[in-house]
Design a protein. Structure first.
Length: 101
């Protein structure tokens, strides 16, 4: 595989957490000044905290690992050659259309 197991695990947990958040938000009752939220709201809140922690762990892992995709590739605006590559990709005909000029 292209990415290591821990990175794939973090992506999987993040995706499951986001789907759980979206599903819970459909049936939960938001807290009101006179009434607290229901049990689904509590689950939504707790899962949100866990997803935030997963995101932080993923960012820390991105900074410390030496993987196939360097961190600088995720932030092309810090490098002139990468900015030029990004601009070329945006202007190349294809799925996006390439009409940025």
């Amino acid at each position: 595989m292209f990415y290591d197991r821990f990175t794939r695990f973090l992506h999987f947990v993040f995706a499951v957490g986001i789907v759980a958040q979206l599903l819970l938000s459909q049936w939960m009752y938001h807290p009101r000044p006179t009434k607290p939220g229901d049990l689904l709201y509590e689950f939504h809140e707790k899962i949100g905290i866990v997803v935030f922690i997963i995101i932080m762990v993923h960012w820390l892992w991105s900074f410390i690992r030496r993987g196939p995709v360097p961190l600088a590739q995720l932030f092309p605006w810090f490098s002139r050659p990468r900015l030029i590559e990004l601009w070329d990709d945006m202007n190349r005909p294809g799925i996006a259309g390439g009409n940025f000029v």
